[in-house]
Write a protein that binds this ligand. Sequence first.
Ligand SMILES: C[S@@+](CC[C@H](N)C(=O)[O-])C[C@H]1O[C@@H](n2cnc3c(N)ncnc32)[C@H](O)[C@@H]1O
Length: 275
Amino acid sequence: MSGQLSIAAWQLDQDSAAAYEAYLVARFFGRWAERLVAHADITPGASVLDAGCGTGIVARTAAHAVPDIEAVGLDLNDGMLAEARRQDSQGHVAWESGSLAAMPFDDGRFDVVLSQQVLQFVPERARALTEMYRVLVPGGRLLIALLRDIRFNASYEALAAVLDRHAGREAGDMIRSPFAGPDAATLRTELEHAGFGNVTIQHDILDVRFPNPSEYLRQEAASSPLAGPLSELAEDRTRALIADLEAALEPFTDDRGVTFPMQTYLVQARRPGIQ
Ligand SMILES: C[S@@+](CC[C@H](N)C(=O)[O-])C[C@H]1O[C@@H](n2cnc3c(N)ncnc32)[C@H](O)[C@@H]1O
């Protein structure tokens, strides 16, 4: 993976997309997708959009969980979409290339819009929420998962501080970026401004495990834009980083590796009207 990837939209190349699926989807995004789909209460035959689908775990989970739905995945990263198509060998989902800020869909196209860990990377967030509202039918439902601030995700805060010290502030900020989305009050205001009603925001906490501190770093880096800067570190620098990381993660380490609670917002809202 090259070091020139843009962190702004969390853009990954294809190898990183495969690593993202193998590591992060397997460790937590997959379980979170199951929770999001369960909360969505999708009815058979519904039309469902996975907005910012990445490798498509939310759309694939919905398509497997509910019979006869029309599932569509939208993302602007071709590497992620290629991996999504590879994972969906039976073609249960329609994969579309495009931005949340200008969706290639007609008004009222979907009964349910799901979006997992995307909005923190979208600079035009208000525009994306307006688009979600537009593509939903009146009465349609929106469910968003969005990580809480990094102070509620302490193992990542520790990881970012170690990266600051050994690989520079930019590397630390890459780990911080998924946690830099809006807080609950801001989200609620933005959703209501876009026209949504019945907004509820709850905290969802998942126990996550990695085999050891260095695998935690390696798997996170391989699945993110962090791979570039880390691969440029000298060997002794990397060794010092790992030693420091083991010390920093000691509160999260047991006999079976690194384990920690990860906290996200689970947001539900409805486009007013009768379906
Ligand atoms: C952390 S990944 C989450 C992927 C997937 N939802 C999941 O749960 O595994 C963030 C995704 O958002 C996508 N993304 C970021 N900005 C976007 C935009 N403006 N429009 C569409 N997708 C976007 C990225 O390409 C990336 O695939």
